[in-house]
Write a protein that binds this ligand. Structure first.
Ligand code: ZN
Length: 489
């Protein structure tokens, strides 16, 4: 049966270009979206940018630009990276979009307010501009915020607070019952431990005269809605929640049969697995079904940072190796469930070993044999290869892996099949056999084409252009004019 599948990245801050962690989240979502589309599921893939923040205002000022121009430019950079990585999103939401985004936020606010869950309180605390949030004394190191190396300001102001504490028990129950799945288990335990300690109420607005951007609080223009109350709502505002044209919302969110997944990094777990469900529960709206949490990407075992000079820019990698190779590395060499690591050396090694040699070599050898001997793929060959146990096993394992969001395993099984096929060539040596047993040699070559076709199909969600290219070459019975993945020295 056709499924309804909705997947999202977080909306990214356009205060700098996207880094490898963002590329990773987007690639994970794209793999899942493509997999479901191929399976025939109705699929919607949402991404976007989180623009109503002081971070953006500061970044624009530092760049000597007005915020609008700055945002447009950086959005072009986002989309450029997505295009080079083949990220097949259906919608890119911008939270400054007053037509698409704002009505949903206003509706969300009104619903939460109607429950009596928003309360104006005077708040005095330590405010970190980098965080755009109040932080506690405990978090400071040497009087400074350790994340931003800045001293916080003491701020007293009126805020609307969302009574999140009220929903602690209800959220816990949803997660424990599995109605809201948090994957992997380690992150589920982490959020359950936090819920066990109890949630605190959170500030949902700031005085309009203190912030330059944001959506005015309905009925109280002296306040603006800020950060999470605004940003998290993008997941449904983009679908039309709060607007007349809400067909997407009805299909992909307000639908018990819809599979809804937020893919996030571990640093924003609390917002997605506590504040967001709390908002939805208060507003009487359906929760997402799954929150999929990935780790960080380090380089040489260390957090990437300007100071260490170990930042690996996704665009640089793409320019050198191509978008497909970067997708390959992110999907197979970074585990979704733990922190992953990348260095220029590890990337090159994986590229040469598995793309230039492994896959690339197999494609060249097979197509060269087939083209030289006029062996073409037939329906009979396709059926025969698909029935082989090795192909059946690979499909089963890949399907199971993707059901468990184990993308690494889902790609591993393809390379396992590539190895088996290499071994087959070694063992049968069809090229040599041509002189002694031509019939068997040609049969072997046909079988190899069939296997290549199976590899291409299995690669589609991960390396869509490579899959297409292999399929084209098989169909036209051509050897590649140039290697699919030229070796790098
Ligand atoms: Zn900070």
């Amino acid at each position: 049966m056709k499924k309804i599948f909705f997947i999202t990245t977080p909306i990214f801050y356009p205060n700098a270009n996207l880094h490898l962690g963002h590329a990773y989240t987007s690639t994970v979502c794209d793999v899942m979206a493509r997999y479901h589309r191929i399976a025939g599921d109705e699929t919607y893939f949402l991404t976007g940018s989180d623009e109503n923040t002081e971070k953006v205002v500061r970044a624009a000022r530092a760049a000597g630009k007005d915020a609008g121009t700055y945002l447009d430019e950086i959005n072009i950079n986002f989309k450029n990276l997505f295009s080079k990585l083949g990220i097949s999103y259906d919608q890119f939401i911008r939270t400054t979009d007053e037509r698409s985004h704002w009505p949903g936020v206003v509706e969300m606010w009104k619903r939460i307010a109607a429950q009596g869950d928003l309360e104006k309180r005077s708040y005095k605390g330590l405010y970190c501009v980098g965080h755009e949030a109040f932080i506690t004394e405990k978090e400071l190191i040497g009087g400074k915020c350790p994340d931003h190396n800045e001293s916080p300001q003491i701020l007293e102001e009126e805020n609307y607070f969302f009574k999140l504490s009220k929903y602690t028990g209800a959220i816990k129950e949803k997660i424990e019952s599995g109605e809201l799945k948090v994957v992997p288990e380690s992150r589920r335990n982490e959020i359950l431990a936090l819920l066990e300690r109890g949630l605190e109420d959170v500030s949902f607005s700031r005085p309009a005269d203190k912030v330059s951007v944001g959506i005015p609080v309905p009925g109280d223009p002296s306040q603006k809605i800020y950060v999470w109350a605004d940003a998290l709502t993008n997941y449904i505002s983009a679908l039309g929640f709060g607007r007349k044209d809400d067909a997407l919302y009805k299909k992909f969110w307000d639908n018990p049969d819809a599979e809804t997944i937020h893919v996030i990094g571990k640093d924003i777990l609390r917002f997605h697995a506590a504040i967001w469900p709390g908002m939805l529960l208060s507003a009487g709206l359906p929760l997402p079904k799954t929150i999929l949490v990935h780790g960080f990407i380090t380089s040489g075992g260390k957090k990437m940072s300007k100071t260490l000079g170990n930042i690996i820019d996704p665009l640089e990698l793409i320019n050198e190796y191509g978008g497909e190779a970067v997708r390959y590395y992110l999907a197979r060499h970074i585990s979704l469930f733990e922190d992953g690591d990348i260095t220029h050396e590890s990337f090159k090694e994986a590229y040469n070993g598995n793309l230039a040699n492994g896959l690339g070599n197999l494609v060249s050898r097979t197509l060269k044999m087939a083209a030289t001997n006029d062996v073409e793929i037939t329906d009979e060959i396709k059926i025969k290869t698909a029935k082989e146990k090795s192909a059946g096993d690979m499909h089963k394992r890949q399907e199971q892996a993707l059901k468990n969001f184990d993308i690494k395993e889902a790609v591993d099984v393809v390379w396992n099949y590539v190895s088996l096929t290499d071994e087959f060539i070694q063992k049968e040596a069809p090229f040599k056999k041509l002189k002694t047993n031509k019939e068997s040699a040609l049969e072997n070559m046909g079988l190899l084409l069939g296997r290549l076709e199976i590899i291409a199909a299995a690669l589609q969600p991960f390396m869509p252009n490579t899959a297409k290219e292999i399929q084209r070459l098989i169909k036209e019975n051509k050897m590649p004019e140039k290697p699919l993945f030229p070796r790098k020295d």
